[in-house]
Design a protein around this ligand. Structure first.
Ligand SMILES: [Zn+2]
Length: 465
């Protein structure tokens, strides 16, 4: 398949109007006031303390929906509503793993989201280490059949989180590919940069459906242990026991609130995050932090004497983690007004300071975007290209040609805690959140006030996060 053409990146011959001085001033005031301190950390504290874990379909998820609507009302948002979303409901139970030979030891692991249960007594087999998806593809069926496949590649640390994309496909596709060749179970090295003994879960669900065989993530040190025992050259046998349950679909909701536009209320600048989380931790970094940033941004826009021209809509998406149900439900419910979405951005990479800004707008709007970028510079935000991809919850909108912006935070430490029991409030960077709010205020205000349309644009390649 050929890549869709990218919007041109050069500045067009007809310059767009410069950002008016009065707007520059408002943006600077909003930005600098946010840097001095915001309520964003308190919002993360509230969600993680009063709700905590919120896996799709669980009681915590329902409590989060109530929290989202109540919080939006308390912050002064208009048109607050919870739009219903059906979500899959999967539940974790007891989970154990042990090396039986050559050197018996118990290990620490956690089921991947969607994994079926093993037999009650557990499942036992020889372990086959596989270093990549490509290596799995190259293996003959006979080499895989009846084995427990162990995917061992390590995630690399990077401030843009790029190490995640390099290995995360193993979590979904790797399980399917192993099952296709007759594997009886899959173990993966946790997709994480941590070196503590906590496993990092994540969805093994793919477009093709739920994983057909039991699958679990080993803590990083336990993945190292398996590799060392395998390197001894002796056969490694393993016993896995997972007591998971797939329950009937549950009810959740996209929670939505607005800063109504003063001139073009039907045109929407969307700021998103996801309200659900994995249940091992409190979902503080993933993604209470992102929700706090977009909620606090909305609160500050609501406090302006003169509201922005377009509507700024804050969307707390349902079930990002286990199948993007909220993203799909939003695109369906708002199909008729997708063309009215002027710009969309999602905050879903933790509480670090924003380091980079990318856009995806039509060429005519680029001079305005450069003006916007100039206002981000004092925050230390580097201007990147016109090739933004948007967050996972924006995929349906992005595919429909909605213009996008990415404000990418420093993700150096994010994958130490992501999807693990360690994703708790103490990991959240309050100052990072304030700076992110400052950056989102500049983005939302300038997008909502732009004198030209940003789209339509060519959609990005399908992205995963
Ligand atoms: Zn997330």
């Amino acid at each position: 398949m050929t890549e869709p053409p990218r919007p041109p990146e050069s500045v067009p011959a007809t310059p767009a109007p410069a950002v008016p001085a009065v707007l520059v001033q408002t943006a600077q005031q909003l930005r600098d006031a946010a840097l001095a301190g915001t309520g964003a950390f308190d919002l993360v504290r509230s969600l993680t303390t009063e709700v905590g874990p919120r896996l799709a379909g669980s009681p915590g998820d329902a409590a989060a929906v109530r929290w989202g609507a109540e919080t939006m009302r308390a912050l002064g948002f208009a048109n607050v509503r919870a739009e219903p979303v059906k979500v899959p409901h999967w539940k974790r139970g007891a989970e154990t793993g042990e090396i039986l030979t050559p050197y018996p030891q118990a290990v620490v692991l956690s089921a991947l989201g969607g994994s079926p249960a093993t037999p009650v007594a557990g499942l036992e087999g020889a372990v086959l280490e596989v270093e990549s998806l490509a290596a799995m593809e190259a293996l003959a069926k006979e080499a895989v059949a009846g084995k427990i496949v162990f995917y061992s590649p390590k995630m690399q640390r990077a401030n843009d989180g790029s190490g995640y994309g390099a290995v995360v496909r193993i979590r979904g596709e790797g399980v399917i590919k192993a099952a296709e060749k007759g594997a009886i179970a899959v173990l993966i090295r946790s997709v994480s940069t941590a070196n503590n003994r906590l496993p990092h879960t994540g969805s093994a669900r793919t477009l093709a459906g739920l994983p057909p065989i039991p699958c679990a993530a080993l803590s990083v040190p336990d993945a190292d242990l398996l590799q060392r025992q395998i390197a001894s050259g002796q056969p490694l046998r393993f016993r896995l026991r997972l007591d998971t349950q797939l329950l009937p679909d549950g009810d959740s909701a996209n929670v939505i609130g607005e800063v109504p536009g003063r001139e073009k209320p039907d045109e929407v600048v969307l700021l998103g995050c996801h309200l659900d989380s994995w249940e091992l931790g409190a979902g503080a970094e993933d993604d209470a932090a992102g929700c706090a940033v977009v909620l606090e941004t909305g609160r500050r826009l609501l406090a302006l004497k003169e509201r922005p021209r377009r509507t700024v809509r804050v969307v707390l998406f349902a079930n990002e983690e286990f199948g993007l149900s909220g993203a799909r439900a939003y695109a369906e419910a708002h199909g008729a007004e997708i063309a009215k979405h002027s710009l969309a951005a999602e905050s879903d990479l933790g509480s670090g300071r924003i380091l980079r800004f990318s856009s995806r707008v039509r060429a005519e709007a680029l001079p305005w975007i450069e003006g916007l970028s100039g206002l981000l510079q004092p925050l230390g935000v580097e201007r990147r290209g016109n090739d933004a991809r948007g967050g996972a919850d924006l995929m349906p909108l992005a595919a429909a040609g909605v213009p996008l912006a990415d404000l990418d935070p420093d993700a150096t430490k994010y994958f130490d805690v992501h999807h693990s029991a360690n994703d708790t409030l103490d990991k959240v960077d309050a100052k990072g959140l304030d700076q992110a709010v400052a950056a989102h205020l500049v983005l939302a205000l300038l997008a909502a006030e732009a004198p030209m349309a940003f789209g339509p644009v060519d959609p990005p390649e399908r992205s995963r996060r």
